[in-house]
Structure formats: C-alpha cells, structure tokens
Write a protein that binds this ligand. Structure first.
Ligand code: USQ
Length: 406
C-alpha cells in the first residue's frame, strides 16, 4: 500500500512509519514539525537525542534500503498544499496523528487552548474535506484516545465506540439503536478528539469516507523493533510535566533519582499499551478497513488497565525510588475503576505486551544512559486545570497532607 503518515515525526508517528515501511509499504510522512517547535517553546527536549526527520529517513534508507519520503506540510493551515499532495500522490490509506496530543499542554493558558482546538479540529477537517473534494477513497486511520469516554465504567465495561440503547417511543415500545458512547472529555485536548468523532460520523455518513478511529490508552515504552536498529532511529522520549506520560515519567524519574510524582492519591485508573503494540494495532487496522458507506469503525487500542499508585509502587519496588504524593494539578476523579473491551484487536491477532516482561528495566536503562540530558526543573507538572488547585484533595492514601517536591 501507499500510506501517508500524517504527524509521522511524533512519538507514535515515527515508529509507525518505520514499522509500515519495514512491512514493505510505500510510506510518506507529512508533518509540520510542530512537536519540535513546542519543545523549543517549552525549553525542553526529548530525553533521547533526536536527529532531523531528513537525517532519520536517510539512516533508515542506509540501514534497510527502504525509503520513507518526508513532506513538510501543515494539515491545519496548508489546506491547498495538502489537497494538492493528496490529489497527486493518491495514497491508499492515511494514518492521521497530526494533532497536539498533550492534555497538560492544552490546559496551560487560553492561548494553548485555542492552539489545540484550532490545530486539531482543522487538521482533521481539512483532511476529510480534501479527500472528498478530490474524490479519493483512501482509508483514514485516526489516532483517537480512550479519554473520549472519560474514565468511569458505571459498573460496565466500556464498549468499542458504540453503546446499545433502548429508547421508549411515544406508543410505549422500546426502540433499539446504537449510539456513540457519551463523550466525557477531561481536558481541552481530549475534547478535540471528541469533536473529531463527530466529524468522522458526518463524513462517513454523508460522503462514504472509510474511517477507523483508534481509541488509544496511555502509551509506554520507547523502542520498537525498528527504532532499535540504529542509534539515530531512536524514538523521542518525553519526561517533562507537559508531554511526559505517567509510566514513562515514573521510569525516568527513578533513573535520575527523582521522587515519583504521583498526583493526589494515585487512585486514577487508566488504560495502557506498549509502543510496540501500538504500531502493530495500526498495521492491523490498515489491513481491516471498513466497507465504503459503513459506519466509522472504532477499536479500543489498549491492552491493560492500571492504577497510578500501583504503577508507582511497581517502579519503586523495581528501582528503590521514593514516591512523592503531590497536589493534583488536574481536575479529575481522585479514584476510579476502569474496565475496557478490546476484543476486536485480540480477535485480529494482537498479542499484548504486558508490564512484567523486562521492558520496564529496558526503559530505565535508556533513561540512565541519557540522564545527563534531563533538566530536573522541568520534571514537575505545573499546568493546572483550575485556578484553585491548592484547595482541592491533597491527601495521601493514609490521609497525610500532601506536599510539593522540587
Ligand atoms: N499522572 C501522575 N503523575 C504524573 C503524570 C500523570 O499521577 O507525573 C496522572 C495524571 O494525573 C492522570 C494519569 O496519570 O491521572 C494519566 O496522565 P498522563 O499524562 O499519563 O496521560 P494523559 O494526560 O491522559 O494523556 C496521555 C497522552 C494522550 C492520550 C492519553 C490516553 O498524552 O495523547 O490520548 O494519554 S488516555 O489517558 O487513555 O486518555
């Protein structure tokens, strides 16, 4: 297949591009390199030293003989350029990662909220609009988030996108239908992914665009089989308070002797997936496109759920790291249960990589190797969801008042 990977310079985009290229697909990365600009804005850098995208693709070619093509295009702002590229290149499938993906970044200020909404919603809409305009029947595989559901199961497992409901009709019958699971976003970032869902519903129904939306959990890990091939193919690895995600942050913190930054009581339960499984899921989704005219295909792209304090305890046991119980900068339920269906990927052959397979040690080793690149002052998460964070929960599981670390 000829596959366009929009956002192919990012944390999941880059290993996906490599994985698809290694499977023999013709891969084109379209990216505006905004993630690199955000690093500059924030004054942080990936824990792992990353080369330019051109250099990365050159090394990939030198190592494997395969080419990955790079095109500097901003999906959100360069509509005509995007449309022109799609019309000329006519890919069979488009993998769409080209969105601002950090919840804390999206909540930093009014400017960051505007940026995230403008960027994410325009990128998705421009892509769909352009495909329809040029009459290109490419399968769109979008990286969505588990966060569209919120994180509460109301005692039932979260289904894969659609919820069967019965509605009492005026003549006393029960009409049955399936609706999108009610959206319950916890940040501006997550809200943009909920808005994406509506765009997808519309374009699938109105124009027959074939769309798969992947509701992904928190990705952990850094290496895939392909990024291991050469030091310059290394994936980016975020540790800072805006872009670092919880398990990877704990592992890096352990490696640099920083207390593990648990928000609140750590009772938050979330869905997780290893980066190797993430790229495999995208390959599976590409191989199983919906029929033209059918509804949006939705997969829950996660393999296990964990409570934040259990992850902290696990990392602490593995490494001897201390745990710091911190005031939670976010507005989120302090404790929740989470049960998620993921039968579709399992039935299509996904073999989950789980936490206990030695991969945690590998990540700590990577983090130790590059520990000299960490700016410890950028570790705390300082982006606050509300202005009254000092007055919210802030007690550890034993009821002691929480304090900040620096
Ligand atoms: N947390 C801590 N300590 C930290 C960092 C996070 O306790 O140092 C807590 C947060 O308060 C939250 C949970 O860990 O309760 C998860 O936070 P996160 O930063 O790991 O993940 P999140 O902000 O939800 O976003 C990440 C990705 C996003 C993706 C989402 C999937 O950045 O792109 O969509 O995970 S999900 O969480 O399933 O919605």
């Amino acid at each position: 297949m000829k596959i366009a990977v929009m956002g192919g310079d990012g944390f999941v985009g880059w290993p996906t591009a490599l994985h698809l290229s290694s499977k023999g697909h013709e891969v084109h990365i379209l990216d505006n390199l905004s993630r690199r600009w955000i690093d500059t804005e924030l004054g942080v850098q990936s824990l792992t030293p990353m080369d330019s995208i051109q250099e990365r693709t050159r090394i990939w070619h030198a190592q494997t003989g395969r080419r990955i093509h790079f095109h500097l295009i901003d999906l959100a702002r360069d509509y005509e350029l995007l449309k022109g590229w799609l019309a000329e290149s006519r890919p069979d499938a488009v993998v769409h990662f080209a969105e601002q993906r950090a919840a804390p970044y999206s909540m930093k200020s009014d400017r960051h909220k505007n940026y995230t909404v403008n960027n994410n919603v325009n990128a998705s809409h421009n892509l769909l609009n352009a495909l329809v305009e040029i009459g290109l029947d490419a399968h769109v595989v979008h990286l969505g988030t588990m966060g569209v559901y919120g994180y509460s199961t109301v005692g039932a497992a979260i289904p894969e996108g659609y919820l069967p409901v019965g509605i009492e009709t005026m003549d006393g019958e029960t009409a049955r239908q399936e609706i999108l699971y009610p959206a319950n976003p916890g940040s501006i970032y997550h809200m943009t992914k909920c808005l994406d869902q509506l765009l997808f519903q519309f374009y699938a129904r109105n124009d027959g665009v074939r769309i798969t939306d992947l509701h992904q959990g928190i990705v952990w890990g850094t290496h895939t089989d392909q990024t291991r091939l050469h030091p310059q193919l290394v994936n980016r690895f975020d540790y800072d308070g805006d872009y670092g995600t919880v398990l990877n942050r704990f592992l890096i913190q352990a490696a640099i002797g920083y207390p593990l930054t648990v928000h609140g009581t750590g009772g938050q339960t979330r869905a997780f997936i290893h980066i190797q499984d993430s790229v495999r899921c995208i390959e599976i989704a590409l191989g199983n496109p919906p029929e033209r005219g059918s509804r949006v295909e939705i997969f829950n792209q996660m393999t296990e759920t964990h409570r934040v304090r259990d992850l902290a305890a696990l990392v602490s046991k593995l490494t001897g790291a201390e745990i710091a119980w911190l005031p939670n900068p976010r507005k989120e339920a302090p404790e929740n249960d989470l049960v998620v269906r993921n039968d579709k990927f399992l039935s299509l052959g996904l073999e989950p990589t789980t936490l206990g397979e030695g991969l945690l040690e590998e990540i700590v080793d990577v983090a130790k190797k590059f520990a000299y690149r960490v700016d410890r002052s950028r570790v705390p998460a300082v982006s606050a969801w509300t202005k009254d964070i000092g007055r919210t929960i802030n007690r550890d599981p034993e009821g002691k008042q929480l304090k900040s670390v620096s």
